[in-house]
Design a protein around this ligand. Structure first.
Ligand code: KIV
Length: 273
């Protein structure tokens, strides 16, 4: 009999990172999937503002509101997952001031989030420090930050040039020093993600950032092969996995968790930049 899994805590995630045990994270937007993902052993559920594109069919994450994020966070939290639960602060809910960020973060925490995520480095460092001082765990997000997609000139790999890589390294260090307890790195070269991960003690979770991070995250609908069009290079469709693979969503999620844990995903030669 499998022993009952204990709720995942920040301390547990830190211990996993220290022990080199890979962390499996997926986006999740509702109670039904929260149960499936939790039972499949996903360590961290992210109620990402990607829901604007995935659920609402918008061209970017920019139109997503704080009310919508609070609603979906509550839906996921209501399932009572043992996984750690992160709520994403949407565009326009933390950029104006520290006060605005505190107010918005409180909304997501009251909806059931255990940590909030915000995008960007530099100016966000003080915001992170203030949230953390008030008892709100924060996950930072660097690299391709989708809320800045227009400023970045599209969905493109970040940190390829030496100066841009140095900036990302510096911002990651500053965010960790300000108290960020986790960092998502999106669409950065594998070697850069590896060097940032090695330099930090906090878990670094990659998406399109190679196998050297402390864990991986994918958008749920991407790894289930539900997203229309050709998937980006860093996505693997776990529903379509191999002959004789166990059918169904729960089995696909279990394959994802197993592949992240044993280093089978992502592969340097296939999914990285
Ligand atoms: O919103 C989201 O789903 C995210 C992940 C892609 C990391 O930020």
């Amino acid at each position: 009999m499998t022993p009952e899994r204990k709720p995942t805590t920040l301390q547990r995630l830190r211990a996993m990172r220290a022990a080199g045990e890979k962390i499996a994270m997926l986006t999740c937007y509702d109670a039904c999937f929260a149960q499936v993902l939790d039972a499949a052993g996903v360590d961290v559920l992210l109620v990402g503002d990607s829901l604007g594109m995935v659920l609402q069919g918008r061209p970017s994450t920019l139109p997503v509101t704080l009310d919508e994020m609070a609603y979906h966070t509550r839906c996921v939290a209501t399932a009572g997952p043992r996984a750690w639960l992160i709520g994403d602060l949407p565009f326009g809910s933390y950029q104006a001031s520290v006060e605005q960020a505190l107010h918005s973060a409180a909304r997501l925490m009251q909806a059931g989030a255990q940590m909030v995520k915000l995008e960007g480095g530099g100016w966000t460092t003080e915001v992170v420090r203030q949230l953390v001082e008030r008892g709100i765990p924060v996950c930072a997000h660097l690299g391709l930050t989708p809320q800045s997609v227009h400023a970045l000139g599209g969905w493109r790999v970040q940190g390829r040039e030496d100066q841009a890589a140095d900036t990302l390294r510096r911002q990651a260090r500053e965010l960790a020093e300000a108290g960020a307890a986790m960092l998502v790195l999106e669409l950065v070269p594998s070697a850069l993600a590896g060097s940032i991960t090695a330099a930090l003690e906090i878990p670094v979770i990659g998406i399109g950032a190679g196998p050297l991070c402390s864990g991986q995250v994918l958008v749920l609908h991407d790894m289930l092969g539900l997203a229309p069009g050709r998937p980006p290079r860093f996505v693997r469709d776990f529903m379509a996995d191999g002959d004789g693979a166990e059918p169904g969503i729960a089995a696909a999620v279990r394959r994802y968790v197993a592949a992240v844990k044993d280093g089978g995903f992502p592969l340097e030669s296939v999914h990285t930049y």
